[in-house]
Design a protein around this ligand. Sequence first.
Ligand SMILES: O=C(NO)N[C@@H](Cc1ccccc1)C(=O)O
Ligand SMILES: [Zn+2]
Length: 157
Amino acid sequence: AEQLEIAQLGNPILRQNAQPVEDITDTAIQQLIDSLIATAASANGVGIAAPQVSQSYRVFIVASRPSPRYPNAPEMVPTAMINPKIIAYSAERVKGWEGCLSVPGVRGLVPRYQAITVEYLDRQGNLQRQEFTDFVARIFQHELDHLDGMVFVDRLE
Ligand SMILES: O=C(NO)N[C@@H](Cc1ccccc1)C(=O)O
Ligand SMILES: [Zn+2]
């Protein structure tokens, strides 16, 4: 799949509310998912959201894996999450280091819920409900922000 150009902070696409996906079987959506996975991998990212490749849809990839950028990241299969939402979250929030492929060279301490229960459609269109904790929960919250026009620098404390 092709690697797409990543929109940088300042590009208005990053400040829009992304649209829900109506038809997951649409080949354009399936190709977008493949391109997002390829783009995240080539950028050594642990996640990426569709608005970052200028496609304002409610789709992102969570692809945690150890790398020079995040040596302690847990290994997981790159997972496409469509129309994702948080349905429950822990009281406690934890600060942790984040970066963003749309904000190169910047790291910041961001408070995120330590544990979240989420729902999303997988790329086959099946409803998934899962609990994420720690770094994977952090990536999910970071990517969900992108679908709502937020960037991690908005949350620096
Ligand atoms: O810009 C993105 N995703 O939107 N990619 C970030 C994801 C991320 C999220 C949270 C903590 C660390 C890293 C990256 O550096 O791979
Ligand atoms: Zn980001």
